[in-house]
Design a protein around this ligand. Structure first.
Ligand SMILES: Cc1ncc(COP(=O)(O)O)c(C=O)c1O
Length: 368
């Protein structure tokens, strides 16, 4: 036995892209029992119907591999009140993250260009790099971070990107791009796959989903999830909507049972209780108006836009504010290392009582 353990060999090397990849790093641990305004999650939890459905899961649901057809049918009929989908136009993933990863795996190619904006959602970058892609990005315009349409078109012309990722509204700037502009980009670049990450769309209300016909527009994929609205971040359920041929390719690179039975049960119950989601979204919008008005009364830089979050440039250093808020039970997210906003912090918007608490502590710490 001791001889067997004496090999002292070196560790095998991963592929060349993984070797050079920076690990995705975010302060994900020890967040329970605090007011979590740092990851844009739903801040009050899911509907009781979701919780009940999970509690009532039958014992054999745990020992049988998950099934997806019932959920898929429900999504076809209930996901969007203004339209129905074809079963084959829907991909179900282990969170939107898994959808993003799968799209890059299926459509990304070595030395081909991945085009996006900057700053944007950080997980796009390792996913593109894992496929050996060359990342190009356009910065937002001006102090309000408007979408850089002209620069974007110039980059498309110059780089002929294989994949184009647009986060709409963008995390973390909240910047938005209109449905007309997206459709124009798609029409003019039919060889590129255009991925519209609509994770925060409900907080803005300009989704492409009700109007797009995937049989005609074959090069757009829309990503949504139940993390930010329905309160299912811990269970991991995300969706990709697109032309059936595209969804088929993306599904090829995911495992057959990547989404577990608890997530399926919870997602199904969440879709049965759309009123809960709509109610939560309207509460967040109300709180957004409330806290925005508060900041308008201060002499400080801030940025409110689409999404359930906003940016502020505090008087003290972002690190100090983040630390001080945490000591008072509230998590916010320092934007260090993010292009053009590294002196800011991002604050997620919950319901009004939570924003009142945030305001009380924030003004004490940063507006002396
Ligand atoms: C823009 C964006 N896309 C995707 C995700 C991943 O979401 P999910 O929890 O569905 O994996 C996030 C999470 O923060 C996000 O901000």
């Amino acid at each position: 036995m001791s001889k067997l353990n004496n090999l002292n060999n070196s560790t095998p090397e991963p592929n060349e892209y993984i070797e050079n990849l920076k690990s995705y790093s975010a302060p994900l641990e020890n967040r329970r029992n605090l007011l979590r305004l740092d990851f844009n999650e739903n801040t009050i939890g899911p509907s009781h119907k979701v919780y009940d459905a999970i509690k009532n899961i039958k014992i054999n649901e745990i020992s049988i591999y998950p099934e997806y057809d019932l959920l898929r049918n429900k999504i076809c009929l209930k996901y969007n009140k203004n339209r129905k989908f074809d079963k084959n136009e829907i991909g179900i993933f282990n969170g939107a993250d898994a959808a993003i990863n799968a799209i890059c795996k299926a459509f990304g190619e070595k030395n081909k260009v991945f085009l996006t904006t900057n700053p944007t959602f950080g997980y796009y970058f390792p996913c593109a790099e894992m496929s050996g892609m060359i990342i190009k990005s356009c910065t937002y315009n001006g102090n309000n971070f408007t979408f850089p349409l002209t620069k974007f078109y110039e980059s498309i012309q110059k780089y002929n990107p294989t994949l184009i990722f647009i986060c709409n509204p963008n995390n973390p700037t909240g910047s938005v791009i209109s449905a007309e502009n997206i459709m124009e980009i798609a029409n003019k670049n039919q060889k590129s796959l255009i991925v519209i990450d609509e994770l925060y769309e409900k907080f803005y209300g300009d989704s492409l989903l009700p109007i797009i016909d995937f049989k005609k527009t074959k090069n757009i994929v829309i990503i949504q999830s139940l993390s930010k609205t329905a309160g299912l971040a811990g269970l991991r359920v995300g969706f990709a909507f697109g032309n059936e041929q595209i969804i088929k390719q993306i599904n090829k690179v995911t495992g057959p049972y990547d989404v577990n039975s608890f997530a399926v049960t919870a997602a199904s119950a969440a879709l049965d209780d759309q009123a809960y989601i709509d109610n939560y979204v309207s509460k967040v919008k109300e709180a957004r108006n409330w806290i925005k008005e508060k900041f308008e009364s201060l002499d400080i830089r801030y940025n409110f836009n689409g999404g359930n979050y906003f940016l502020i440039w505090p008087n003290q250093s972002p690190e100090d504010l983040e630390k001080g808020m945490k000591e008072n039970g509230i998590l916010i997210r320092n934007m260090k290392n993010k292009k053009d906003i590294n002196q800011s912090v991002r604050v997620s918007i919950g319901v009004i009582e939570q924003m009142k608490l945030f305001w009380e502590i924030y003004t004490k710490l940063d507006q002396k």
